[in-house]
Ligand binder design. Structure first.
Ligand code: NAD
Ligand code: MG
Length: 390
């Protein structure tokens, strides 16, 4: 029987690359449901190509457009409306595997719906783990869900860890970071960065939010938190090393000094295919790594003065509780304001730092409390954006 798949965030960078990998293996996988935020035309095209049983759009108005369009085209895909609809297709009985590729905290409830239904979850949506942390990992255990990391670094670590858990002599994990488009820039130079410059990543082609996060190093901060939760590692055993070529996707160091690295071309189809087929291996469409043309592999420490977001994320993780939810909410607000031209690049870190000072987080016992904290943090961050501006 084919493995039945829901792709949450199907129209995004990870969603589209997932569909590219699935297209290589029609005998193995069947797409049951596709979802998106509000871009109904792109989802309509995907529905006509993939003929899923269900589609869902978070935006209710766009849902009407999608429904009319598909009906006129003779499609028999059932269109579910709104955030509820997106959550519903994440937990369908007739689905085995859910690709969690929504961007930001908008992915929290749909991803948790998949966890609650005990699905195999391919996790790209790192913000969900940053926001809900222990609650998420507890729910995975409680509902017997299977969690497979798609984020390239975490997928690399997953491949380098022993199959039976991290207690087997692991000393630390090393997250590699490309350094983004502004590697080596001073704080003064960073002050004049434009959104166009920030979304142009040297090695990866990604959605706009994660591209800005890569440029500020907040992406590595979020990934640091993600690694602590996924691999049950204390913060002091997760290190970050800048590696501008993005060939070594991350590493695990063992007590005897051995360091295992996973390498490949910077192509998200590799970790997507790895997570889809694990523990088997399938073709991803990614090109082979050409060692003859690899001139060098460089490694250097991150510049935490010019790029304060990484240290902010580490501090939030060390503070514990829901501080990381506040960090994430403030960052989402700051990045959206930067992309809109309403906040200077160098102020993104200040918005996050000031919001964390004003609202330290504390303990949250359930997801409703976390989402309430998330919206309070967003209000505070918006005030910060107004004050700081460009
Ligand atoms: P993207 O912006 O390209 O796509 C985001 C998807 O989420 C789209 O399908 C969009 O329609 C959907 N969406 C947006 N808002 C929504 C909402 N409110 N409700 C429901 N759906 C909504 O983003 P991306 O680059 O594909 O990233 C997706 C996730 O994967 C992010 O968490 C990112 O950090 C992570 N990730 C991405 C990459 C990459 O190479 N792009 C690599 C590693 C991890
Ligand atoms: Mg990554």
């Amino acid at each position: 029987m084919k493995e039945r798949i829901t792709v949450l965030g199907a129209t995004g960078s990870i969603g589209c690359q997932t569909l590219e990998v699935l297209a290589l293996h029609p005998e193995r996988y069947e797409v049951v449901a596709l979802t998106a935020g509000h871009r109904w035309r792109e989802l309509a095209e995907q529905c006509l190509r993939w003929r899923p049983r269900y589609a869902a759009l978070a935006d209710e108005q766009a849902t009407v457009e999608l429904r009319n369009h598909l009906k006129a085209a003779g499609s028999d895909t059932e269109v579910l409306a709104g955030h509820q609809g997106v959550c519903a297709v994440a937990g369908l009985d007739e689905v085995d595997t859910v690709v969690a590729a929504i961007v930001g905290a908008a992915g929290v409830r749909p991803t948790l719906a998949a966890v609650g239904a005990g699905k195999k979850i391919l996790l790209a949506n790192k913000e969900t783990l940053v926001v809900t942390g222990a609650l998420f990992m507890d729910a995975v255990k409680r509902h017997g869900a299977t969690l497979l990391p798609v984020d390239s670094e975490h997928n690399a670590i997953f491949q380098c860890l022993p199959r039976d858990g991290v207690d087997q002599g692991v000393r630390r994990v090393l997250l590699t970071a490309s350094g983004g488009p502004f590697l080596g820039w001073s704080a003064e130079q960073l002050a004049s960065v434009t959104p166009e410059q920030a979304v142009r990543h040297p090695n990866w082609d990604m959605g706009p939010k994660i591209s800005v996060d890569s440029a500020t190093l907040m992406n590595k901060g979020l990934e640091f938190i993600e690694a602590c939760w996924l691999f049950d590692m204390p913060p002091e055993r997760v290190d970050v090393v800048i590696h501008p070529q993005s060939v070594v996707h991350s590493m695990v160091e063992y007590l005897d000094g051995s360091v295992l690295a996973q390498m490949g071309t910077p192509d998200m189809r590799t970790p997507i295919a790895c997570a889809l087929a694990w523990p088997q291996r399938i073709a991803s469409g990614a090109p082979s790594l050409d060692f003859a043309t690899l001139a060098e592999l460089r490694f250097l420490p991150p510049d935490e003065q010019a790029f304060p977001c990484l240290a902010l994320a580490r501090q939030a993780m060390q503070a514990g509780g829901a501080a990381t939810a506040v960090l994430n909410a403030a960052n989402e607000v700051a990045v959206a304001a930067f992309l809109d031209g309403g906040l200077g690049f160098q102020h993104i870190g200040s918005v996050v730092a000031n919001t964390l000072d004003a609202l330290p987080g504390g303990r949250c016992d359930d997801v409703d409390e976390v989402m309430d904290l998330d919206s309070r943090a967003r209000d505070l961050a918006r005030q910060q954006v107004q004050g700081l501006g460009r």
